[in-house]
Design a protein around this ligand. Structure first.
Ligand SMILES: [Zn+2]
Length: 241
């Protein structure tokens, strides 16, 4: 009797203490709590999990959830009010560099002597954000090109074309023809994590799935890929793809 009720309630909006969450029960064996890109807390559980069990797990994970929600709110607030003022930090390859508004400079934006130098006629929001996008795209083509050349032999694949793109929800993608696409925001990530994304896509040229064979290809090219993948999973929410 109880089981049939549970089966009907596969997706539920619930609240436990100060945490609102969506409970999704499905045919799975493990529990998983995620904070989605929109700040929604999602709890995935096996079909026969009781609310008591769910709440027990949330209670244990409460400080983790609260900490990540706070982080999410902070990132979100910063993102909405992105300003291009002197001293404002911007990321590049895992490091943060302060912005400097400069007068005479040929390029709209340069990374020079530890600062992002933005030409003063570019400081308004649409122009400045375009200048940053262009900066990351240009750096990306060069850097990712080099990393692909370095890793493609290890993965045993050939690559046709690399492009920098802007997609929603994905860092990168590939086609069976050997074309690779990377989000320009990849250049904000630490180099080690960017390498993982490169190797991940290269491995897909061999295995178009996430099977154990696929992960073997990744591991052969990048033995410590798990650490890098975990970093990406833990931090990618803040990059708002
Ligand atoms: Zn993949």
């Amino acid at each position: 009797m109880k089981t049939s009720i549970l089966l009907k309630e596969n997706l539920m909006k619930r609240r436990y203490k100060n945490i609102r969450y969506i409970l999704i029960r499905s045919k799975r064996k493990t529990f998983c709590i995620q904070i989605e890109r929109d700040g929604q807390v999602t709890f995935r559980a096996p079909l026969r999990t009781s609310i008591k069990q769910v709440e027990g797990i949330i209670e244990k994970k409460r400080s983790w959830i609260t900490r990540h929600l706070l982080e999410w709110r902070e990132v979100n607030a910063r993102r909405k009010n992105q300003v291009y003022l002197n001293g404002e930090p911007f990321p590049y390859l895992g490091k943060s560099y302060p912005l400097k508004i400069v007068k005479n400079q040929s390029a709209p934006l340069l990374l020079k002597a530890g600062s992002f130098c933005l030409r003063s006629d570019q400081r308004d929001t649409p122009k400045a954000s375009d200048a940053f996008k262009l900066f990351y795209q240009e750096k990306g083509i060069k850097r990712i090109g080099e990393r692909v050349t370095f890793f493609k032999k290890k993965a045993g694949v050939e690559v046709k074309r690399i492009r920098m793109v802007e997609t929603k929800t994905r860092w990168a993608s590939c086609s069976s023809l050997g074309n690779l696409n990377f989000h320009w925001k990849c250049l904000m990530l630490p180099g080690k994590v960017l390498d993982y994304i490169v190797v991940h896509e290269l491995a897909h040229l061999k295995e178009m799935n996430h099977s154990s064979r696929f992960w073997k290809v990744v591991e052969k090219a990048l033995p410590d890929y798990k650490e890098r993948r975990d970093w990406l999973r833990a931090h990618e929410m803040g990059f708002d793809l």
